[in-house]
Ligand binder design. Structure first.
Ligand code: ATP
Ligand code: MG
Length: 570
């Protein structure tokens, strides 16, 4: 491709609204342009990278016998009603109506559609197991689209689905796809880590996420030296006990005028925040619930939903809090509210003489003791676990890092086949539900993840495997110098002939502009052709990543550049 004719609109300055490196560089290097919130066009460079990642994904999945298909973006509401997800998915599900008022979803994921195919087309255990996948545009009306293509409302996903006669067969495929994902991310030259994950709206029994290490990542991962690694949504751990042994004191009300936060009340009563036990009112599947936890810890809503067996869980609006506690927001507590379901975190168990909200305006109660002053059926694990908490396996203090979730794999079991009545006949002619797995990979998010790990102050430094071009020829002063223009054209044709994907910078711009742009768009191998070099019989080759320079004889430039590109192809 000739740069003079290409749509590669580069910018010198960082766009003001972009927060992360990848978002800034994708805009500055002319990879993408925003149409509206969370919706982007891919310009030639961005599209080429996306395609290269798609091809890596395709090659690796095809290699283990997965079959590529393409399902529709649009699916009818009735299908989603069969699994209950028309309701459960909430506002993230992008809903549209046809001219007759019939409702449809723009696919955020395709479990329902693929299960419908399986129940219609697969009858016998002899046809199992099988895995299909597609690479397709997905729609999710994210509450907070941000970081460019990392959290978009329209994005490219590879989603794969596997169907099995039993759990054993699912385990095998799950493991195989897990390994395929490792190969895909290795080929993209990413530093990543697979971790245990929560199953969220997709559901199922077991799940892993592949996290690309990055300080700009939205996910927090908790890790232990012993090898344990889980997302903070999922992480299990032991919260250190901080309570000295104490005899229960007499319960008493204290006035805490206008004090609604833990910090305010702890400061006012001159106590440690852990002695205050906070009560948070949630609405779980339309029922109010109290979550009770030590004052210095936070509730993990995924865990709470798990304990309650709830599909939708939300912080209660003020009107509900006031109705449930009989007090303004900030004064709810477990004492005297036995008629509301209470979930008490394990961190409360060792505590004595705690301070809780008094369910009365401007009032807290001190010297509260569980068992005596409020009943606890069982202590549950609903706490957010973080850095410094003890590992549940080995007891050591755990660490944390931030990551970008580039993919997630789930063992679904029979969640979808049961609700959609999708069955096959086993050896005895008995109908059994398919055991299923599903495997998502964010192709467009991976583009951004690669940039987060492969960039520097000057711009992007693509790994060869996903670069939009393999080589860039920078022709200096090409409009005035016939020798440069001819040498550049010759090398360009030669490299194309040798199968090297090459961009020729034949623009009439200064060397400074061309070098800056070259560093910004980050093509791995740059060949500079100028009069001075040609006089000496050489061209200069520079590697974008290391900055390493070398000279190649001009007569033999094509073969030499091919050798360098080959060295980086891996
Ligand atoms: P997240 O927790 O980041 O919202 P998710 O758990 O909802 O992700 P999945 O449903 O597992 O994601 O989707 C599979 C993959 O699709 C994710 O691992 C991610 O790489 C990608 N993905 C999900 N949501 C988006 C989005 N809004 N924009 C871009 N990629 C996305
Ligand atoms: Mg999501």
């Amino acid at each position: 491709m000739r740069w003079s004719k290409a749509l590669i609109p580069t910018h010198k300055e960082d766009p003001s609204h972009a927060e992360t490196t990848s978002h800034k560089l994708m805009l500055r290097a002319g990879l993408i342009r925003k149409l509206t919130s969370g919706v982007y066009s891919y310009l030639p460079l961005g599209w080429r990278v996306l395609k290269r990642i798609e091809n890596i994904v395709r090659e690796e999945l095809d290699a283990v016998g997965c079959q590529e298909i393409l399902m529709p973006v649009i699916s009818p509401a009735e299908l989603w009603e069969e699994t209950g997800r028309w309701g459960v998915y909430g506002k993230e599900l992008w809903r549209v109506k046809d001219r007759n008022g019939r409702e449809f979803a723009l696919g955020p994921t395709h479990e329902e559609v693929v299960t419908d195919i399986a129940r219609n087309e697969i009858n016998s255990y002899k046809q199992l197991p099988f895995t299909v996948y597609q690479i397709q545009t997905k729609f999710r009306d994210e509450i907070r689209p941000r970081f460019g293509v990392v959290r978009a409302r329209e994005f490219t996903m590879k989603d794969a689905y596997s169907f099995h006669r039993d759990e054993e067969s699912l385990d095998e495929t799950y493991r195989a796809i897990y390994d395929v994902y490792s190969r895909i991310f290795d080929r993209c030259d990413l530093v990543y880590r697979p971790v245990e994950a929560a199953t969220g709206a997709i559901g199922g029994s077991s799940s892993h996420e592949f996290m690309v290490l990055s300080d700009t990542g939205e996910s927090e991962v908790i890790v232990c030296e012993c090898g344990y690694a889980a997302t903070s949504e999922q992480a299990e751990g032991v919260i250190a006990d901080v309570m000295p042994v104490e005899e229960p004191g007499a319960m008493e009300e204290v006035a805490t005028p206008g004090m609604k936060t833990i910090e305010e009340v702890a400061g006012f009563l001159k106590i440690d925040p852990w002695r205050l036990v906070k009560t948070i009112v949630y609405v779980a599947d339309e029922e109010p619930v109290l979550a009770v936890i030590r004052g210095d810890r936070e509730v993990n809503e995924e865990k709470l939903a798990g304990v309650l067996g709830a599909d939708i869980i939300e912080a209660a609006p003020p009107a509900v809090i006031e109705k449930v506690s009989g007090a303004p927001v900030g004064f709810a507590g477990p004492v005297g509210l036995a008629n509301v379901r209470q979930v008490i975190d394990r961190s409360v168990e060792p505590l004595r003489n705690i301070v809780v909200g008094g369910n009365k305006a401007d009032t807290h109660i001190r010297n509260v003791n569980h068992g005596r002053d409020f009943t606890v059926a069982s202590f549950e694990d609903i706490a957010q676990i973080g850095k410094g908490d003890a590992c549940a396996n080995c007891g050591k203090a755990m660490d944390s890092f931030r990551g970008i979730e580039v993919s997630q794999v789930f063992k679904l079991g029979t969640k979808y086949s049961d609700s959609m009545n999708a069955t096959f006949l086993d050896e005895n002619g008995k109908a059994k539900p398919f055991v299923m797995g599903c495997y998502g990979l964010g192709v467009s998010r991976t583009v951004a993840a690669v940039i987060e790990q492969h960039s520097d102050d000057d711009g992007i430094a693509w790994p060869m495997s996903v670069a939009p071009f393999e080589a860039l020829i920078v022709a200096l002063n090409n409009l005035k110098s016939d020798a440069v223009r001819e040498a550049a054209e010759k090398l360009y044709e030669e490299l194309k002939g040798l199968g090297v994907d090459t961009l020729l910078d034949d623009r009439p711009d200064s060397a400074g502009v061309k070098f800056k742009d070259a560093d910004l768009i980050g093509i791995p191998v740059r060949v500079t052709i100028g009069d001075r070099g040609l006089d000496k019989g050489i061209m200069e080759v520079r590697l974008r990543k290391s900055g390493e320079k070398s000279e190649v004889p001009k007569e033999n430039a094509g073969a030499e550049v091919l050798a360098i590109v080959n060295g980086l192809r891996g």
